[in-house]
Design a protein around this ligand. Structure first.
Ligand code: BV8
Length: 256
């Protein structure tokens, strides 16, 4: 059995025994759908900016039109792509095993469009829009129909207070949505297997979750093509999510 299939078999055996599974995903799982990862993303118009500059309240205040347009372009990109085989296999895993909690750092909706349910979005969603000033409570969510026919300005005015709208994502320096991290943390404490996929683990508190799972004796599986040392993982499947997640599911289904 070559190494990768041996590793897939070990990971499948751990999943088979698991009562509770936590899955933490990052931008790498959407790459094969055509969505660039954050490390690749800043190309074109935005290549002169750092991600942290753009994805922050300060960056928005400094140039609201530019930040709004960056998100509008990403939203357009998302509408043009589909979930990949990895998203679909992960959704199938959620049907196959008793308790799979998907927690994502991604602001796209590809897990949901692939069929995953109950997904926890640590950093919000690019598909939603809110008032920058929370004029009707935090968050003041606004439907696209409420501003799409308004003046073609970036950012559009909030239909309630007339001030800036912004994407309903969590920016650097902002708190995560109330209760979401607490649920994700509890899932990390409770899980027997923590499957980490497509993340560089650079952003906190999201990156704390696999560490918490490890400290509470979970078996950690990492799906990521990067070669770096990976002392945290019990199995590191080095390759693309779109290939290895279906391989993992296939191994599980062949020997339930
Ligand atoms: C917080 C939404 C409490 C927006 C994102 C100073 C002041 C305040 C806070 C901090 C501070 N210093 C540090 C912090 C904490 C800060 C932080 O972690 N900073 C980092 C830069 C060190 N965190 C925060 O601010 C968080 N809030 O701490 O609140 C607080 C509040 C105030 C004051 C103090 C504390 C909020 C952070 C949320 C930021 N928003 N997204 C948007 O998307 O536009 S973060 C964004 O970047 C993503 O959501 C994700 O989290 C991160 C990118 O990481 P990845 O998803 O892993 O993507 P990346 O490109 O890095 O890596 C891709 C991986 O995929 C690679 O490993 C690659 O090898 C792999 N890959 C490639 N191809 C494939 C693949 N894998 C599988 N298959 C493939 N085919």
């Amino acid at each position: 059995m070559n190494d990768i299939s041996g590793q897939v078999a070990r990971a499948a055996a751990a999943l088979r025994r698991a009562k509770r599974v936590l899955v933490l995903t990052g931008a790498g799982v959407s790459k094969e759908s055509g969505i660039p990862t954050y490390r690749d993303a800043l190309t074109g118009l935005w290549s002169n900016y750092s991600f942290e500059q753009l994805a922050s309240p300060e960056g928005f205040r400094q140039d609201p039109a530019m930040v709004w347009d960056w998100y509008a372009e990403r939203r357009q990109q998302l509408r043009a792509v589909q979930p990949n085989a990895g998203h679909i296999a992960l959704a199938r895993l959620g049907q196959l095993l008793p308790a799979v909690q998907v927690v994502t750092q991604n602001v796209d909706d590809l897990h949901e469009r692939a069929g995953s349910t109950g997904v926890l979005h640590l950093h919000g969603s690019i598909t939603q829009t809110q008032c920058f000033f929370h004029c009707r409570g935090n968050p003041t969510l606004v439907e696209e129909s409420q501003y799409a026919d308004g003046p073609p300005v970036s950012p559009p005015p909030c239909p309630y207070c007339g001030r800036w709208l912004r994407p309903a994502v969590v920016w650097f320096g902002e708190m995560l949505p109330h209760g979401v991290y607490e649920q994700a943390h509890q899932a990390a404490v409770d899980c027997d297997v923590c499957l980490v996929a497509g993340t560089s683990g650079m952003v906190f508190p999201a990156a704390q979750l696999p560490l918490t799972a490890k400290m509470t004796r979970a078996f950690v599986i990492n799906i990521n093509p990067e070669d770096e040392e990976d002392p945290l993982s019990d199995v590191h499947l080095r390759g693309p999510f779109g290939q290895l997640m279906p391989a993992l599911l296939d191994a599980l289904e062949r020997h339930p």
